[in-house]
Unconditional design. Structure first.
Length: 399
């Protein structure tokens, strides 16, 4: 069916999960900041606007007036913030979810905005010899290198935007395996509201010719550090060749989604995979969903102390500016020992990962998380599919 399950809850607090049907699905907690510095033509999804539309649509008449005062009192949080009582509904992906999925994917994977040194070192072979000749020529060369890095990042961004559209298209058309969460009131087929979260697994061999799988695979294989490069490349290559059934595990959601939805999303993915292995039209398709492992992409961050954040914002020029910048850099180094996850369940994924590595993203403001300034990592994990049931149980026990 198009509708999988409905769940009621208070936003931004947790939702109370009532499983009325056999097919249940829910949604998850905070997502990372959007790529604000690299906006494309996507129409952003505003959770609060979506919820307000639902509230206005469901506004009662005279029969509801007797209880309105009591509801209004219940809808105010401890800090006087209005809480909106909202339900979530769960749907199979549809092609008209393309634009909403594409927007969700902006916060799921970042191929630009990282340290430019990687791009500079690969695109400029004469940097060392040039910079040694003179300060003047070295400075000019550095400017050229920065311009080249900027041009390379622009090309990378353009390629990712194309790949992102392709990935959203693939997810929206894979109906048998995948789940979307939407605000209540999305209609019987879920077409009235955009998706607020999604989970799916895409077989690398099935989509080996797609621009998105090719882009992500090429990018991640370059980012893998030396100690993991061989093993990660082998996992990805075996998946592309069909020697092993390797899935790209995509979990994307908005920050307002309650953590209590996560175990249900994971359960629904397991149900979808089981159904596909038994009911897909061909043996090849059935086999493609019997995954051996998943490649999982997520993010982590390193929060700064308030004093460090203030130092960064007030950083000036000259000797004083250098000193403050040095203090800030020290703050980053100290905080990198305390990596935190945007998605709480990633702590469990990390415990069961056979391969894990990361690459740094540039620090950016993320007011939605209440963090003044955060240094972020994109984290890549390879997780055995045989551990999925254990992961589900451990994630559920965290709530």
């Amino acid at each position: 069916g198009d509708r999988k399950q409905a769940l009621d809850g208070d936003e931004p607090e947790e939702a109370d999960g009532d499983d009325d049907d056999g097919d249940d699905e829910e949604e998850a907690d905070g997502d990372v900041a959007d790529e604000d510095d690299y906006d494309d033509d996507d129409e952003s999804i505003d959770m609060n606007q979506a919820l307000m539309r639902i509230k206005n649509r469901e506004g009662g008449g005279e029969d509801d007036d007797a209880d309105s005062d009591e509801r209004d009192q219940d809808a105010v949080g401890e800090d006087g913030e209005e809480l909106i009582n909202v339900g979530f509904e769960f749907f199979d992906p549809k092609e008209n979810d393309f634009h909403g999925l594409r927007t969700l994917l902006r916060g799921w994977f970042t191929a630009v905005g990282e340290d430019n040194s990687t791009t500079i070192s690969t695109s400029d072979n004469g940097r060392s010899s040039s910079s040694k000749k003179s300060k003047r020529r070295g400075s000019k060369h550095d400017d050229n290198a920065r311009q080249q890095a900027s041009a390379n990042n622009s090309k990378l961004l353009e390629a990712w935007n194309i790949a992102k559209s392709d990935l959203a298209d693939i997810i929206s058309k894979q109906v048998t395996v995948g789940t979307l969460i939407k605000a209540e009131g999305s209609g019987e087929k879920g077409s009235e509201n955009p998706p607020l979260a999604c989970i799916t697994a895409l077989n690398l061999h099935t989509h080996k010719n797609s621009s998105s799988i090719n882009f992500i695979g090429t990018f991640l294989k370059k980012k893998a550090p030396p100690q993991f490069k061989h093993t990660f490349n082998r996992v990805w290559s075996e998946g592309i060749a069909g020697k092993k059934q390797v899935g790209l595990l995509v979990q994307a959601r908005l920050i307002n989604i309650p953590p209590s939805c996560v175990p249900v999303l994971q359960t629904e993915l397991a149900k979808d995979l089981e159904w596909a292995q038994e009911n897909e039209d061909t043996q090849a398709l059935k086999k493609s969903f019997a995954f051996d492992s998943f490649v999982y992409v997520t993010r982590a961050y390193y929060p700064l102390d308030y004093e460090d954040a203030q130092t960064t914002q007030q950083d000036g020029h000259g000797a004083k500016g250098k000193k403050e910048k040095s203090r800030t850099k020290k703050g980053f180094e100290e905080k990198k020992r305390e990596r935190m996850w945007f998605h709480f369940e990633d702590e469990v994924f990390e415990r069961h990962a056979t391969i894990k590595f990361d690459y740094s993203l540039k620090a950016k403001t993320d007011k939605s998380q209440g963090i003044d300034l955060v240094d972020q990592d994109q984290v890549i994990m390879v997780i055995p599919a045989s551990k999925w049931m254990t992961i589900q149980q451990e994630v559920a026990m965290m709530l």
